[in-house]
Ligand binder design. Sequence first.
Ligand code: AMP
Length: 434
Amino acid sequence: MIKSIRGTRDLLPPETELWNFIEGVTREVFRAYDFKEIRTPIFEETQLFSRSVGEETDIVTKEMYTWDDRGRAASDKAQSLTLRPENTAGVVRAYIEHKLWERPGVQKLYYIGPQFRRERPQKGRYRQFYQIGAEMIGPVAAGSESPARDAEILEMLATLLDRLGVEHWTLHLNSVGCADDRARYNDALRQALADVVDKMCPDCQRRTVTNPLRVLDCKVPEDQPIIAKLPRIADYLDEPCREHFARLRQILDGVGMRYEVNPRLVRGLDYYQRTTFEFTHGALGAQNAILGGGRYDGLSESIGGPQAPGIGFAIGEDRLVLTLMESAKMAPVLPDAYIAPLGTGMDVPAALLARELRRTGLVIALGDESFRLKKSFETAEKLGARAVVIVGENEVAAGEFAVKNLNTKQQVKIARADLGNHLRAAADGSGRPG
Ligand code: AMP
């Protein structure tokens, strides 16, 4: 038997209802903040990711699905392509390619779609996973660098999580400064680590050489007391970065947003500058980050674009579904009626009636003229249909159908013209949601 690939999974009904609910609410909330959707390709040139996410990051060194894509002719040069491990790089590439800075204001773009990383699969961590993300990017003159944008995006996230019914989330906030700050901080970290690194895990030993900042990400319990004593980035921020962070906090305080400043929050992608953040949720266990993001001033330049400061986030949709699975009381969508064609030749009038009713928005399950009436009723019951509409020769001739309500077991005759309203009224009366 052919099975789905490790780390990928099928999303089946009724769970897909929850995915649709999340995406529907998300689109509504983003709309209120004047964000517009962007859809970028699922694969891109490999160097887009190595140059933006960072050569030394786990994503680029270990986790990307990369292949050489040859043309038909043997002489065609192979191109190195990669399944996108995240979507910010693709959005910024599109921003540059389509000169979106020529459009007015800061670009406010969102996406919903699959991303791919070859990580060790576990609950809440998959190799194909889904992200809902948004970016605000534009020229400095449009205000893209302002901490007001950071605050706006964080407040939007809080509104979204509240609207979805995610309870007890925590916003962790930090500033990782600009490139100069980080260089000075990395030096300080290297010095501090020099004496203690032999006692740390192999990953930390490697990171101390390649990218000491990543040591702060370490989850190995034995390393935690050592990490707690390391210098803090806040002490290495220059004045403009310090001021930027202070102003962001001032706005968040002003709108009543709760947050915790977490000096260890550095995140796994190199392009972050200044503001970084994560929203966590207790119900998720080890993989407790529902979403993460930050500011990426300088990213556009690093892939050949103009100066275009920006800030964005990516929500792990799989994890959002996990947190809502318990709390959301999603009523499954059930058929308003099951149409039962009765006898040879009745498939056609039944299909016509189903077509009419479905076009008014009713949910209709359609039977088969080869079924005996008993089998039609059994099928309708199993599907959870609220009513059965019998379509036999006499009914069609009279323009009147026998409708049996499967809850009350009452059967009535309804004229064709009234059928839609009758079924709708029965559905509303049964306490059916929306
Ligand atoms: P990142 O793109 O690494 O900043 O991650 C943003 C969010 O995407 C995380 O907070 C997770 O919720 C989610 N995420 C990242 N990697 C995975 C994965 N392998 N499986 C499921 N969700 C993920």
